[in-house]
Design a protein around this ligand. Structure first.
Ligand SMILES: *[C@@H]1O[C@H](CO)[C@@H](O)[C@H](O)[C@H]1NC(C)=O
Ligand SMILES: *[C@@H]1O[C@H](CO)[C@@H](O)[C@H](O)[C@H]1NC(C)=O
Ligand SMILES: *[C@@H]1O[C@H](CO)[C@@H](O)[C@H](O)[C@H]1NC(C)=O
Length: 186
């Protein structure tokens, strides 16, 4: 009995979720010629306990908006469009991943998408631009407000200079993309 009710509670929580992945196959990482994999989590990262001699600098130029995309059944869904770039400095040598972190402000529910690299990145992409990431796989709920941030992995050591690049985005009404974007951070 215990496990059945636990399962129902879990299903209930999933059903009422204010943020989810559009579809597993939409979750991909394609960067110019780069071996990159993407995965999502509830943002609980055991890796933060590991100490690093060097850490990369923070990402920059985070732009967020609400877009619409069809899901697997062809129904249009409001999705978060988030774009950001990597600084073209030496810190990129120590970058193993970059992560998008979204929090539902009314419930504190969180979802992270991590883009991980097998190889060391060059300072800029083969086309000579800064490396740019773009995500549009998170489905948002009308009426909800979200806090969106990005950070590079490994994160800065405890007590060292840290960075905070975050924005807020609100989905108003129905699918009519009425959005308000508040900016904080760099
Ligand atoms: C990506 O990985 C595959 C298999 O591991 C390898 O053959 C290919 O050369 C890699 N591509 C780059 C750009 O490193
Ligand atoms: C974000 O990136 C996508 C894909 O590269 C692009 O189509 C879109 O115009 C970009 N949005 C902004 C606001 O830069
Ligand atoms: C890049 O190189 C550094 C030092 O050579 C290494 O510590 C780091 O793990 C490498 N990063 C990746 C993503 O392979």
């Amino acid at each position: 009995m215990y496990s059945v009710s636990a399962l129902l509670v879990l299903l209930g929580a999933v059903g009422s979720s204010c943020i989810r992945i559009l579809s597993d196959h939409a979750l991909k990482c394609s960067l110019q010629g780069l071996n990159c994999t993407s995965s999502y989590s509830n943002c609980m990262d055991p890796g933060w306990l590991i100490s690093h001699k060097y850490t990369p600098s923070g990402p920059e130029n985070l732009l967020v908006s609400v877009d619409t995309r069809p899901d697997d059944t062809g129904q249009l869904q409001p999705v978060l469009q988030a774009n950001w770039t990597l600084k073209d400095d030496g810190g990129i040598h120590f970058l193993t991943a970059t992560e998008l972190h979204v929090v539902v402000m009314s419930t504190n529910e969180q979802l992270c998408i991590r883009y991980s690299f097998k190889d060391n990145l060059s300072m800029r992409s083969p086309s000579g631009e800064k490396w740019m990431f773009s995500s549009n796989v998170l489905v948002l709920d009308p009426g909800q407000q979200y806090s969106v941030s990005v950070y590079n992995i490994p994160k800065p050591e405890q007590g060292h200079s840290s960075f905070d690049i975050s924005r807020e985005v609100q989905v108003l009404g129905g699918l009519n993309q009425d959005i308000v974007v508040f900016g904080t951070g760099v």
